[in-house]
Design a protein around this ligand. Structure first.
Ligand code: MAN
Length: 537
């Protein structure tokens, strides 16, 4: 009985040089732990037993290591040699359970059931998968080389472009200094000419104000001097009851005399003593008499002479200021002025003077003289050229900034992924189209395009330590209802085309994509030789 047990503890395995008798169920790498001439120490070191206890169908070791070839231990492991295929480990309690678990049927050595050896079939299948994989990688590698060549060209083009941008920036900055100098040189005479114009205009305006005031005094004097004796007397002024400060009583002779300072005043006395006292309350006579004093024409201001035909000035008398200030650029003003003139015909001459004075205050600066216009044109041109260069500098700086930002993105080993930077790929499924724009964003677009949700922004490469470029992470997408921000993990897989081949949402708002690309193809796999009928395990 004991001899029988010992015999079924052993089996024959192939060691490449022929058959070898070894302990049943022990994987090749552990055979050195099972030496028939020595006591056996459980693999966990917990117990040492005589070697006869190994595979005696009684479980001695806690880790089940004394019964690799029987089902005595619930936690042991049986090694299927699977000759011609891959050796595999199965739980040792599968041994002798009437089910063929090993493709060589070695787990059912004790039973009467006959296991077909399926190892050859499995080998063929395995080989077919391996060959297909190898062929795919081989085809992918050819494309990968094209992409890498492209990425090298793109990278060096981008570098050249960057160098050019920096060179352009340098040139433009020098140009800007030059243009700034020219601008400043053009602005000095322009400023001086404008100042001169402004000063002249202000002087003219002041002069006109004095003359208008003088005209106004004359008009009031004439209006009051109803008997035209060149004197304004008490009875003439007394008619203007609006000048009575105390409006409750009548406008007495005494009150009038206190305004005039005497019984009557001539023009000079009126100008010196009376005008200031009455100018605010004075209202012209209801029916104005034709003024005897001719309106004194205002002098033609030198600043306007270049632009205004003198005939117009002569024709309009002291309206000339209105006409001349209304250069082509002040059209609206001109219309206002015309309205002023209409009023003039309906009201008295005094109000006309007041209007005129108001207008002088409100008038806009006239056009510049021709010489100044030319200087402004030259300075404008210099300013434009300066601003154009400045604008170009802003644009180039922006491009340089964008370039630097892009350069910070890790585009894979040797920048291999440069050709698909920003390129977008779509994947259609029943409810959504998923779109990934490489190294930027990933979106979930509802069919019909009515809404779209960002499921992540480019974050980093996130493959395992020894294969960092296997996966991409896109994070911080739109926040999930009552949950975290959406995020995406993209797994790269060897393929002959660049495309999304799968999208899933394995847990709520956490998405996965498979992106096929020749860049994920492995040269080692592609270079494995095909040996028909032989599998290298
Ligand atoms: C939308 C989609 C789904 C997601 C739910 C979460 O319907 O973005 O993918 O699971 O929102 O509420």
């Amino acid at each position: 009985m004991h001899v029988a047990v010992i015999l079924c503890s052993f089996t024959s395995i192939s060691d490449g040089n022929g058959e070898q008798t070894v302990l049943r169920g022990v994987q090749t790498s552990l055979l050195s732990m099972y030496i028939p001439s020595k006591p056996f120490t459980c693999l966990d070191g917990s117990l040492t037993v005589p070697f006869e206890f190994v595979n005696d169908d009684y479980c001695d070791c806690q880790d089940g290591s004394d019964e690799p070839g029987t089902s005595a231990c619930s936690n042991g492991q049986f090694f299927c040699e699977n000759k011609g295929y891959l050796g595999t480990l199965i739980p040792s309690h599968f041994v002798g359970d009437g089910i063929c678990d090993c493709c060589d049927g070695s787990d059912e050595y004790e039973t009467t059931i006959v296991c077909n050896n399926t190892c050859f079939e499995l080998t063929q299948k395995f080989q077919a998968v391996r060959d297909a994989r190898r062929t795919l990688h081989e085809a992918g590698i050819a494309k990968k080389k094209e992409i890498i060549a492209k990425s090298k060209a793109i990278t060096s083009e981008r570098q050249e472009h960057f160098n050019k941008l920096e060179q352009d920036l340098n040139n433009l900055e020098n140009d800007l200094k030059e243009k700034e100098k020219l601008k400043q040189e053009a602005e000095v005479p322009e400023y001086a000419a404008k100042e001169k114009n402004q000063k002249l205009w202000e002087e003219n305006r002041a002069m006109q104000q004095v003359m208008v005031r003088d005209q106004q005094i004359r008009e009031i004097f004439v209006d009051l001097d109803t008997n035209e004796d060149s004197l304004v007397s008490i009875d003439e002024l007394q008619k203007h009851t609006e000048l009575d400060i105390n409006q409750e009583n009548e406008f007495t002779v005494e009150e009038v005399r206190s305004i005039l300072g005497s019984d009557s005043v001539n023009f000079n006395e009126f100008n010196a003593i009376v005008f200031e006292k009455i100018s605010n309350s004075y209202q012209s006579s209801p029916e104005p008499t034709t003024p005897t004093l001719e309106p004194t024409p205002l002098p033609e201001p030198s600043i306007y002479s270049a632009t205004t035909p003198s005939s117009i000035l002569e024709k309009h008398g002291y309206e000339e200021e209105e006409v001349t200030t209304t250069s082509s650029s002040y059209k609206d003003n001109e219309e206002e002025n015309n309205n002023d003139r209409d009023d003039y015909h309906e009201s008295s001459s005094v109000s006309t003077s007041l209007e005129h004075e108001k207008h002088i205050h409100a008038s806009l600066a006239p056009e510049y003289d021709d010489e100044t216009k030319v200087l402004i044109q030259i300075a404008d041109q210099a300013r434009n050229e300066y601003n154009q260069v400045k604008e170009k500098i802003i644009q180039i700086k922006r491009q340089i900034q964008d370039f630097k930002k892009q350069s910070d993105v890790d585009l894979g080993p040797n920048n291999d992924y440069a050709p698909i930077l920003d390129e977008c790929f779509d994947y259609d499924e029943r409810e959504y189209t998923y779109r990934i724009c490489m190294f930027k964003t990933a979106k979930q677009i509802s069919k019909g395009g009515s809404s779209q949700v960002t499921i992540g922004y480019w974050d980093s490469w996130s493959g395992p330590k020894d294969d960092k470029y296997l996966k991409m992470k896109y994070s911080n997408g739109a926040t999930c209802w009552n949950g975290p921000p959406r995020s995406l993990t993209v797994t790269l897989k060897c393929g002959t085309e660049q495309k999304l081949s799968d999208v899933r949402e394995p847990s709520r708002c956490e998405y996965t994509m498979t992106f096929e690309t020749p860049l994920a193809c492995d040269e080692t796999i592609a270079n494995r030789s095909l040996h028909p009928g032989h599998v290298e395990f």
